[in-house]
Each structure stands twice: as structure tokens, then as C-alpha cells.
Design a protein around this ligand. Structure first.
Ligand SMILES: [Zn+2]
Length: 102
């Protein structure tokens, strides 16, 4: 799995998430309002992806893993044992899960 979560266990998720008119935005150093996202969980994924790319973590990954990571969507992921989903959910234990997995 990508090391971002392990090396930076919390990047101030609560302070960075912003809810407006039913949508979620993410405050980052580089982009004042990233998004909008339909759910808090998606916003967390967006923040995680942003931090992973901006910190250069993604460049150190296997190309195939990096591709999967960039294309991943926590609400649309169908992989039954997806490590990325598990990691994201661990970041947001209080989020209502809106995944479409059967
Ligand atoms: Zn997944």
C-alpha cells in the first residue's frame, strides 16, 4: 500500500474538509478549494490523493499501483478486498459508508 497513510497518519482531515450546499470541498495548501465532492468519504479520498501526489509519494510507487491509485474511486470500487478502500475507511471511521459494493 502507499506509504502516505502510514507516514502521515493524520493530515488534519477535520480542519481541511468544508461542507457547503450539500457538497464537500477540501482546503489544501496548493488549492484553496479542491472539489466539490459528493460525500465526505470522497473528499477524504481527494485529499489523500492530492497529498500523495504533491508530496511526491506517488512517483516512488510501482507504475501499476500509481495508476490504480489515481483512477480509484471509493464510491465506485468493486474490488472485494481492496486495500485502498480499507485504508481510506480507516481514515474516516465515522463516515457513513456510501460504497456500492454488493
Ligand atoms: Zn477500492
Amino acid at each position: 500500500m502507499l506509504a502516505t497513510i502510514r507516514t502521515r497518519p493524520l493530515f488534519e482531515i477535520e480542519k481541511r474538509l468544508l461542507s457547503r450546499e450539500g457538497q464537500w470541498l477540501v482546503r489544501t495548501r496548493e488549492i484553496p478549494e479542491l472539489g466539490p465532492y459528493r460525500s465526505r468519504l470522497e473528499a477524504i479520498e481527494g485529499l489523500y490523493r492530492h497529498v500523495t501526489i504533491c508530496t511526491g509519494t506517488l512517483r516512488k510507487q510501482e507504475p501499476e499501483l500509481a495508476r490504480k491509485f489515481v483512477e480509484h474511486s471509493i464510491t465506485e470500487c468493486k474490488e472485494p478486498e481492496c486495500q485502498l478502500c480499507a485504508d481510506l475507511l480507516a481514515l474516516a471511521p465515522d463516515s457513513r459508508v456510501v460504497q456500492l459494493k454488493a
